[in-house]
Design a protein around this ligand. Structure first.
Ligand code: FMN
Length: 300
């Protein structure tokens, strides 16, 4: 029996396919898109089919899809086809409930800023306002709308060029950079699930500019270890070179190594596990070179 459920997307109902795709491709950032119709009515709606795709030129895309149940189109799509401008306001935790409310299917002409209790701020370049409560908003010119189909649930890519960026100063650090921890962004998961970035934030050091040695070059016993995880091995494989014999011997004669060995004098079979656990702690602290020296010291 295969460990996989393998599906042909064409055999699934719209609802099933939607569920698999959106639950798997998550968390997704949320854009609060403000658009305007030709009579000047303002519309606000959230979209998690959304991301940034280029920084030079600065391009973001979101996708107001055709409704799965009746194949009708959304006000946002109609508006950007009439007036090719919008703002995209980023959603963070303090505004998540209001954002959700703004997704309600209000009749055309109803301003969701009022319904959701958001505040409009006039934009500098485009006609559409932006959300005052949002930590970061982008004024955009809509370059192109790409229709991906004409059936229910077909997406429509609204390709936006960012022409102005507005950042609330409280979300900046002392160097005027956006501060991830202060931002406290939220993401959309499958169904009605959301994730809060500050709930479980972790950093991954960028791969080296010179490629790391790769997991395949690590000593065999490390690859077979039950203590080191795949993440640990990935971090070790990012090292520029294996430690030299000299470095490994230096580690072996270090006070730390000798005292650890002493601690396990009465139960030497547990010494190797202790070294591996110590190496894991070092890896978590970003001390990759030292961790690998330690792991290799027990070979000699
Ligand atoms: C967090 C969240 C994300 C959403 N993402 C999308 C999306 O990417 N595409 C879409 O068509 N609808 C999405 N929706 C639903 C729309 O916001 C909803 O259909 C809205 O009423 C459309 O409004 P409009 O007709 O005024 O444009 C999302 C709703 C929520 C709450």
């Amino acid at each position: 029996m295969s460990e996989f459920l393998s599906l042909d997307p064409d055999t699934l109902s719209i609802r099933e396919r939607h569920g698999y795709l959106l639950t798997a491709v998550a968390p997704r950032p949320i854009a609060l898109a403000t658009t305007i119709d030709s009579e000047g009515n303002i519309n606000l709606s959230p979209f998690s089919f959304f991301n940034v795709f280029s920084s030079n030129p600065p391009i973001m895309i979101f996708s107001p899809a055709r409704r799965g149940k009746d194949n009708t189109t959304k006000h946002t799509l109609q508006n950007v086809k009439d007036i090719a401008e919008c703002t995209i306001s980023i959603v963070n935790y303090p505004m998540v409930e209001q954002m959700s409310l703004s997704s309600s299917d209000y009749p055309k002409g109803v301003n969701e800023y009022t319904k959701a209790g958001f505040t409009e701020i006039a934009s500098d370049i485009v006609k559409t306002p932006r959300v005052a409560e949002s930590p970061v908003s982008f004024e955009c010119k809509v370059q192109e709308v790409v229709e991906l189909g004409d059936q229910g649930a077909a997406g429509n890519l609204v390709i936006c060029k960012v022409v102005k960026i507005h950042i609330k100063k409280e979300y900046l650090d002392e160097k005027q950079r956006l501060d991830t921890q202060k931002l406290d962004l939220v993401g959309r998961m499958g169904g009605i699930w959301y994730t809060r970035a500050n709930g479980d934030l972790f950093e991954i050091p960028k791969p080296l500019s010179t490629p790391g040695i790769g997991v395949d070059q690590l000593p065999k016993e490390l690859l077979e270890s039950h203590i080191l995880t795949a993440n640990d091995l990935g971090r070790l494989g990012n090292i520029e070179a294996l430690p030299t014999e000299e470095e490994v011997f230096k580690m072996k004669s270090s006070n730390e190594y000798i005292s650890l060995k002493k601690d396990y004098e009465s139960e030497p079979d547990k010494f190797q596990d202790a070294i591996y656990h110590k190496a894991k702690d070092l890896l978590a602290a970003g001390k990759i070179e030292v961790a690998l020296q330690l792991l290799m010291a027990i070979r000699y």
